[in-house]
Design a protein around this ligand. Sequence first.
Ligand SMILES: Cc1cc2nc3c(=O)[nH]c(=O)nc-3n(C[C@H](O)[C@H](O)[C@H](O)COP(=O)(O)O)c2cc1C
Length: 210
Amino acid sequence: MAQLLYIESSPRKDRSASIRTAKAFIHEYTETHPGDTVDTLDLWSAALPSFDGEAINAKYAIMHGEKHTDSELKAWGLVEKVIERFNNADKYLISLPMWNFGIPYVLKHYLDIIVQPTYTFSFSPDEGYKGLVTGKPVTVIYARGGAYAEGSGGEAFDLQKRYMELVLGFIGFNDIKSILVEPTLMSTPEERPRIMKTAEQEAKKMAAEF
Ligand SMILES: Cc1cc2nc3c(=O)[nH]c(=O)nc-3n(C[C@H](O)[C@H](O)[C@H](O)COP(=O)(O)O)c2cc1C
């Protein structure tokens, strides 16, 4: 019995191309993996703690091998809860819109919370940085208004997929699959249903094999 953590980061709900694709994935996943559970984390309704001065002091105290002060402990307790939910999963599905060539700020906020020394990565002068989230697969669904895939001519502007793959690789993932949903805006009304259908079909196929 595996636990799939689904992280949702578009605020557009039923109108979101990334969420629609993720829903097709999850529907197929639950059909083909009846014993597994799906934990959905909607980053727009999750009350994520601020990653503020106290949280940063707590992070640096860990990096420097120092004890936390009371106020750092309090801030860190909230951070730990978010990381615990992330680390408890066996598999991950992340859906995200492209915003200004990168990722939406709620997802950046979440990543700033979960990418932490001793929890999701380690550092030592001998070994350098090492990811600690190992042996787990992740599928990432990227929705974009324009086209950025190989051969589109827009590749250099895609800081959405490049950034996600960099951060996920940094914390240890090496089984990273992606689904592109594009172009959701720079397409004609006639083309849009086909773009969605292709993405949903790909999502279903990948979910069955996930
Ligand atoms: C704030 C904002 C910024 C955006 N920036 C870009 C962009 O840089 N490039 C692009 O191709 N589309 C951009 N878009 C369009 C979205 O990527 C597109 O609508 C996509 O389908 C969003 O995913 P969703 O439908 O799951 O919300 C932007 C949309 C918003 C709301």
